[in-house]
Design a protein around this ligand. Sequence first.
Ligand SMILES: Nc1ncnc2c1ncn2[C@@H]1O[C@H](COP(=O)(O)OP(=O)(O)OP(=O)(O)O)[C@@H](O)[C@H]1O
Ligand SMILES: [Mg+2]
Length: 374
Amino acid sequence: MQNPFAYSNYVTGESFCNREKELSELLKYIKGSQNVLLYSHRRYGKSSLIHQAIRNIKGKKLNIDTMHVELYGTISEKDFITKTFQSLNQLESNLNKLLKSVSTALKNVKLNLSLDPATGATSVSPSFEAVNEKIFLEELMNILSKYSQKRKLVIAFDEFQEVANYSEEGFEKRLRSFIQQHSNICYIFSGSRQHLITEMFNSTKRAFYKLADSFPLDKIETKHYIPWVQNLFRKKNVHLDAESIEKIVARFENHPMYIQNFLFHLWEEPVKKGFSPETIKKIEYSIIEKRSPEHTVLWETLSINQKKTLKLILLNDGSNLFNADALKSVNLKTGSLVSKALSSLIKKEIIVKNGNYNIQDIIFKKWLKKTLSI
Ligand SMILES: Nc1ncnc2c1ncn2[C@@H]1O[C@H](COP(=O)(O)OP(=O)(O)OP(=O)(O)O)[C@@H](O)[C@H]1O
Ligand SMILES: [Mg+2]
């Protein structure tokens, strides 16, 4: 049987663990055409949740059309428009029908047809010629509006924080003005650069202020992992007891991607009954080693006080960092140096403050412990 675990892209179906509560909450927003801001730390499963929700909508034949637009790597309004146009074939896979309905909504924009060599799917993109740029957004939004008059729509803009970096004047404002008129569309804005994306929607100065309800996505609970892992391993005739699964999940602090990464390798181990602590350690070690070059580079970009502060966090489990003895143990002279380092590490999203200070990426944390011999 093929390895059911995956960790380099979004997961759905049997590789998708639980998230029942989140799926049903998301569906309520979708059915009510309310916009949501879905955010979390990196690799917690935002894209997977969106794709699984889309899959469920299709599976249950809910009469809602779905569209997922991947904005990662887009750097301008033009890119945003092109990506969204290219995603229109998700609403209508029949090319002739798509062209017909799109063309009737277009007044000034001409279309180019292109063939995706990888999938063989045809998509449309606008031909950016001699037309005022602002027209493109308007006509694109008209298409969406027209579609939504016939059927409810859900449109997910994934990695939406990219929009904050576009340099076109007033883009967010113009986009908002269209979105606000779309009463039969649920827009899901999703992103992982937390401070960037939450600032876009929570700052009174920004165009997207309060345009969507906050939907923070947490890690997956241990009780949901247990039956999911057991079921998948049963397909290989391996019985894993609840306790070993709990240990694995705890080892990776419930982080969805790292748990899949670990389980992927565990699946490849030739064992029938349980796994030895050596096997577990060996796999963990190989995961840390694989990321080591990247973590070495990251470490080298940090200032000496940031490095000391990371060590301080590890030595003190993220609390009582300003205690005189604690400062002394890492040779930091004053608490203000720690404050400064903490705020830059938070900004870089290397650490998070959740009561205590914690290192966000669990594998980086393990690498640090190993490298600093903690
Ligand atoms: N519901 C889930 N069940 C099991 N594993 C999951 C689940 N959701 C996500 N994962 C794991 O996490 C990985 C990352 O998921 P995904 O790409 O959906 O996260 P993301 O939050 O969109 O990441 P990014 O921050 O890079 O956009 C997946 O490849 C998978 O290994
Ligand atoms: Mg994603």
